[in-house]
Design a protein around this ligand. Sequence first.
Ligand SMILES: [Fe+2]
Length: 267
Amino acid sequence: MPHSKIGGGVTELQPFGAILDAADRGDDLRAIPVGELEELTLQHRVLVVRGLDMLPKDELVEYCRGWGELLEWHFGHVLDLDIREDPQNYLFTKGDVPFHWDGAFAASTPRFFLFQCLQAPPAGGGGETVFSDTARVLREASPSDIALWEKIEITYRTDKVEHYGGQVTERLLSTHPVTGERTIRFAEPLPPEQYLNPLFLTVDGVSPEEGAAALEDLTRRLHDPSVCYAHEWQDNDVVVVDNNALVHGRNPFRGDSTRRLQRVQIV
Ligand SMILES: [Fe+2]
């Protein structure tokens, strides 16, 4: 993957994202000022911090409180993302996870989410987390594309099987609360014949034909490699994500690969 060092231990990824080599900064995340990491995350959208020790769950939660209020679910603040024997939800299968933003069904939308990787899949084992930069898609869209997208409002509906669920209506276009950029809020439908815990979409504001064509076109643009960064996990990666600017998903795992991530959502 092409990348360039820009100093301060930071290496830029393509088409966006950055790696901070923090091996000489201290033992764990607490050695680096939150403000520095937040700034790098807003600038690069995805910040990978390498060279640090992982934190035990309770210390991870305490650390993340330094970033802001945390979303809390029935399991607490830390979601264990692993492959389960008897999954009730597609997140815990070996399959793919389509694009979405976090917190659509939550009381408030996380500004950031932070992962730590306790166990990466073996090389070639798949399971990359894929990020798409919606602000970049909008910058490359024509005024008529944007005029059409501005009219669209989508209602999402899913049963609450895991920690989230219900019904929510969102405009397709939004504004980044920090940078002021225009962004896209879109979650891909999860058809019941393909996914556990399906997600259904209803499009309003345009005709059904216009809506279907617009979402097909938008999906193609969001998946264009020129706007996507696929993160191949390594053990002890910390990854912080700008949830407002991006949508994200996961590639399927290959073979019998395993992976253990922990995720905290920061409001
Ligand atoms: Fe997610």
